[in-house]
Design a protein around this ligand. Structure first.
Ligand SMILES: Cc1cc2nc3c(=O)[nH]c(=O)nc-3n(C[C@H](O)[C@H](O)[C@H](O)COP(=O)(O)O)c2cc1C
Length: 366
């Protein structure tokens, strides 16, 4: 599979550097942002899910209607949509877009966050429910033959789905770093999403995922998605200056209780964030250009590992992960729109050029 790039969708100009209190959708910004990603060669854009935020399905439909090539990754929490309904909704978007849909499962790292929408299950139960959910989607997309399902979390009789994905199925992604995440994602997912850890830890996580895939008797392996927040400038020195300015802003905003993580917020419950905070204690800069103070400053709220440097330094760092077997590279900035354009101008072409050169060299000796 070619190395592909993932961005994240923002329906307005609010961002972690200049967070608006209750941002509304800015349709013009949403379309401009999505078209910029499309024009600059991003392959996917994740539409995140949070209990107080916009609906990923409708945002996704708008992006697909206003773009040509980019695929949407719809973040889905099983407790929010019944699986038969999601099977049809995702396949509907898939038919509308000629096959440009991926679904990313959120088992949910925080009990408090889950309780906000009536989900009082344990995390283990949430992953077991995700497993049933994925099995139902796969069966629903496979054929329109009616089927029954008798599970612990879902049971129904004679369901028939006549809305079939254009390519016969829709890629399924699972994200997380807990044992349950590795088990469910390793056994069932087409894609496994990880946050930005150093090469050694990322290799270990990939090995865990592959081991679960083997245990489940799979011949194939999930594609690996890694996630970074590149801070890029013309030179490494300029990038480090920019990085410290960004850190000051993140820290100041957090002190003012702006953004997602107010000061004194509890330690995150999800393993992915806990791991990032542990790694951050080992030192600010790790490997080539990974930078962890942005993790600590945001309490590891989601994807928070920065990569700092010139386009050449950032591209070289991303290629290190490609060499590890991660062919899905998620990069999003802090000044969302402008950073996405900078990545499209300076980083994606560099990575693709180097990969093409490697491929040509391989062909030359083959
Ligand atoms: C790449 C990636 C994207 C994620 N996107 C979201 C999201 O949009 N909303 C959300 O609540 N959690 C999101 N998560 C969190 C996880 O999906 C997960 O449910 C949670 O962190 C529990 O993970 P754990 O198994 O590591 O404890 C994401 C995780 C990863 C790795």
């Amino acid at each position: 599979m070619p190395t592909e790039f993932i961005s994240v969708t923002f329906p307005n100009a609010s961002n972690e550097l200049a967070p608006e209190v209750e941002p509304k959708i800015d349709p013009a910004f949403l379309v401009r942002y999505a078209r910029a990603l499309d024009d600059y060669g991003f392959n996917y854009t994740l539409i995140p899910y949070h209990s107080s935020s916009f609906d990923p399905f409708t945002i996704g439909a708008t992006i697909l209607a206003n773009t040509k090539n980019i695929s949407i990754i719809v973040a889905l929490r099983p407790n929010t949509v019944y699986p038969t309904v999601a099977a049809k909704a995702l396949a509907t978007l898939d038919q509308l877009s000629g096959g440009r849909v991926v679904v990313h499962f959120i088992a949910g790292g925080s009990d408090e966050e889950q309780a906000r929408e009536g989900d009082f299950s344990t995390k283990e139960e949430r992953y077991a429910r995700t497993e049933e959910y994925i099995r139902i989607l796969r069966r629903a997309w496979e054929s329109s033959e009616p089927f029954d399902f008798d599970g612990v979390h879902y049971s129904f009789r004679g369901f028939s789905n006549k809305v079939r994905p254009t390519k016969g199925t829709i890629p399924i992604s699972v994200g997380g770093s807990s044992d349950e995440a590795y088990r469910v994602g390793g056994a069932l997912a087409d894609i496994f999403g990880l946050w930005g850890e150093p090469l050694k830890e990322t290799r270990e996580q990939i090995e865990r995922i592959h081991a679960e895939a083997a245990k489940a008797g799979r011949k194939d392996r999930p594609r690996i998605w890694v996630t970074f927040r590149p801070i890029v400038a013309e030179t490494d020195d300029l990038a480090w200056k920019k990085a410290h300015n960004i850190l000051d802003l993140l820290t100041a905003n957090r002190a003012k209780g702006l953004g997602r993580f107010a000061p004194g917020a509890d330690a995150p419950k999800n393993v992915g964030s806990q791991r990032l905070l542990e790694i951050a204690k080992r030192g600010d800069v790790q490997d080539r250009a990974l930078w962890y103070p942005t993790v600590t400053a945001t309490n590891a709220g989601g994807a928070s590992t920065a990569l700092v440097g010139s386009p050449e330094t950032i591209a070289a760092s991303l290629l290190d992960y490609v060499d590890l077997g991660a062919d899905l590279i998620s990069i999003r900035g802090y000044d969302n729109y402008n950073d996405a354009v900078d990545y499209g101008r300076y980083i994606l072409p560099l990575v693709r050029k180097e990969l093409a050169a490697r491929e040509a060299a391989k062909q030359a000796v083959a």
